[in-house]
Design a protein around this ligand. Structure first.
Ligand code: AMP
Length: 261
């Protein structure tokens, strides 16, 4: 199996990956990085947890270091994801000197404008807030030659289709990469219209379908925490992974569980 040391990556990136303790690429990274480095558009069916952020982050940072990409725009459905992606990319580009800015709805616009004013090499953004910046002429859309549509299915589910179309019309990127848990339905239409030529990377979710029993418990808001504590206690020595919808709620639940367990 290859490791990052053996991959054709610049020393700045290898040093950052070492710091992050990423030794071997995940499947999506092993398949996606060489394709992006060669100048392909990549469409990838991959899930959260597969390492997809570093897959496009490493490959695009390398292309920028080689002078083969100018600036990169990463579109994300939510502010939680934009922040998370921004943090991971920031650690990858730590030694490159590239400037990363993250913009999202609900964030203070004056802070964003100040950061943008210092220069942008990589921009992580939610669609609505990005259009706001384009319309204020705070950022020139034409600086971006590469666009990543991250969690494209979620962006479409959230009704961002017209925003995405408007953004792509402003930017007119040379390269477009798309990551999504599904590639059919409206995502397929988006690909057909905007990404005519691409290579596909399909990663199956290893968890789905294997030893999973799905159960639904309907609870009132008031009894939710009590039910959850019961489930966790019942799991005994087993580990429990709890998914919640927002970063803020994850923090709140963390405190509540610490009090009760
Ligand atoms: P993602 O699928 O992008 O949400 O990433 C899932 C998690 O895996 C992130 O927390 C990353 O920090 C971590 N990760 C990504 N690539 C690697 C790697 N090659 N080795 C170890 N951890 C990784």
């Amino acid at each position: 199996m290859v490791n990052f040391e053996q991959m054709p990556l610049s020393k700045e990136l290898k040093r950052a990956l070492k710091g992050l303790d990423y030794k071997t690429p995940t499947e999506v990274q092993e398949k996606t990085i060489p394709l992006i480095l060669k100048g392909n558009n990549v469409i990838s069916k991959s899930f959260t947890g597969s390492g997809k952020t570093a897959a496009f982050g490493i490959a695009l940072a390398e292309r920028m270091l080689q002078g083969r990409a100018k600036s990169v725009l990463i579109l994300c459905p939510t502010r939680e994801l934009a922040t998370q992606v921004g943090k991971e990319i920031a650690s990858i580009i730590k030694f490159t000197g590239f400037k990363l800015v993250t913009v999202y709805g609900g964030h203070k616009i004056s802070t964003e404008l100040r950061e943008i004013g210092r220069g942008v090499d990589i921009l992580c953004a939610t669609p609505g807030r990005l259009l706001d910046h384009f319309k204020r002429r705070a950022i020139d859309p034409r600086i971006f030659d590469t666009v990543v549509l991250d969690e494209a299915d979620r962006m479409l589910d959230m009704g961002f289709i017209s925003d995405i179309k408007e953004i792509l019309a402003f930017v007119r990127p040379e390269y477009t990469h798309l990551f999504s848990a599904t590639l059919d339905g409206s995502v397929a239409q988006l690909i057909q219209k905007y990404i005519p030529d691409y290579k596909e990377v399909l990663i199956e979710d290893e968890i789905i379908g294997k030893n999973i029993i799905e159960k639904t418990i309907t609870v009132s808001r008031n009894s939710k925490l009590r039910e959850l504590i019961g489930i966790i206690k019942n799991a005994g020595e087993g580990r429990v992974l709890v998914f919640v919808s927002t970063k803020r709620y994850a923090d709140k639940l963390n405190y509540e569980l610490k009090d009760h367990l």
